[in-house]
Write a protein that binds this ligand. Sequence first.
Ligand SMILES: C[S@@+](CC[C@H](N)C(=O)[O-])C[C@H]1O[C@@H](n2cnc3c(N)ncnc32)[C@H](O)[C@@H]1O
Length: 223
Amino acid sequence: MYSDNELETLSKKLNKHLENQDKNWTSFIFSKNKKYYQSFLALNIDGERSTENRIKQYKLNSYLSHEKTALDIGCNSGFFSLIISDNLKKIDGVEINPFLIDMGNEVKQFINNTNCSFFVTSFEEYFSDKKYDLIFSLANDETIDGNTKFTFEEYIEKIFHLLLRNGILIFESQAADAYNKNKFKPKLEFLLEKFNILEERIVSSEYPINVPNRIFMILKKKT
Ligand SMILES: C[S@@+](CC[C@H](N)C(=O)[O-])C[C@H]1O[C@@H](n2cnc3c(N)ncnc32)[C@H](O)[C@@H]1O
């Protein structure tokens, strides 16, 4: 779909953003090895985690439609948002690391995407007067970079208020919760106060390598 020349030009532009990130981002970078956390294979971009496999495993088809709006919390370089946006009316991504958003916007422009918007902000400080049909919380409720300031309860409360009536939370656990079920138990109890579980399964994860599986849930806001 894209010529080698076009992809080469994009890769050079993205490398500049990666260099800026390396020089200027003082927090932990989640993808030192493969450079990107999320892959975007149609653009020859490999990542620590395969966006394409994740989307297959999440089985989201019945939750996505061109009438629906979504929010992606901690959207990283935005490749997940951009790929899934084909099946949505609109998706907003919020991410605290501005260099990742630069990469997302670079790719957004390259693919001529018009229904995806990225915001450089912490989720804690994100303000929206919109409410969403879907919210993605993927590997994000607690982050090892120390940049998540919300407690789990505050995080889930904010999601609850940002969701429309009957809204859906698509939740993938962060790394430590996947191998320590006891750690996840109080989180699950709190989730169940606010949401009903529609689907629950274990999905595979390539990163970090000591965490081969994660808990994945599709939850519906209680009314
Ligand atoms: C483990 S990565 C997960 C990325 C993405 N959600 C995914 O699953 O592909 C965590 C991301 O959250 C971002 N982040 C950390 N604290 C944040 C905060 N308070 N608000 C928004 N983003 C945050 C990090 O910069 C990083 O991109």
